[in-house]
Design a protein around this ligand. Structure first.
Ligand SMILES: [Zn+2]
Length: 136
């Protein structure tokens, strides 16, 4: 029972997260704070987006710094982000790795989700709609 409760603990946006989210999503801080306090936000989604943006920003900086010959490393960036958001390395990998999957595409005809590869191959149709479009 205790385990179950522990697994349900939700991340709560901190003030620093709210400031970032406000800039990213174009929602004022006061509103975000109020919704956050009322547990009305999809906090996991917001946090993951903040993490992805921080990651991209820092990795960009990484290239710059390497050119300046004072680089920090990928593992150091990862560690810094894990510490900042209090997440595991595995969680970070999942969040960063899932970035490409976030670009969802949908069948133009029936609206189900399809892969980007399929979308490009069929001109935007899922398998069923593609078969139907053959019009035999
Ligand atoms: Zn379809």
């Amino acid at each position: 029972m205790i385990m179950r409760q522990a697994s349900k603990i939700q991340y709560i946006l901190r003030d620093v997260d709210i400031q970032k989210a406000s800039a990213i999503f174009g929602v004022d801080e006061a509103t975000l704070k109020r919704l956050n306090d009322q547990f009305l936000l999809n906090v996991d989604y917001i946090r993951d987006e903040l993490i992805r943006r921080d990651w991209r920003k820092l990795i960009k900086g990484l290239k710059f710094l390497v050119e300046q010959n004072q680089g920090y490393t990928y593992p150091e960036v990862a560690k810094a982000i894990c510490q900042h958001y209090n997440i595991s390395r595995k969680a970070l990998t999942n969040i960063i790795g899932s970035h490409h999957n976030q670009k969802m595409v949908f069948c133009r005809r029936c609206g189900i989700r399809i892969s980007k590869v399929a979308y490009e191959r069929t001109g935007g149709l899922c398998k069923n709609c593609l078969v139907e479009s053959l019009g035999i």
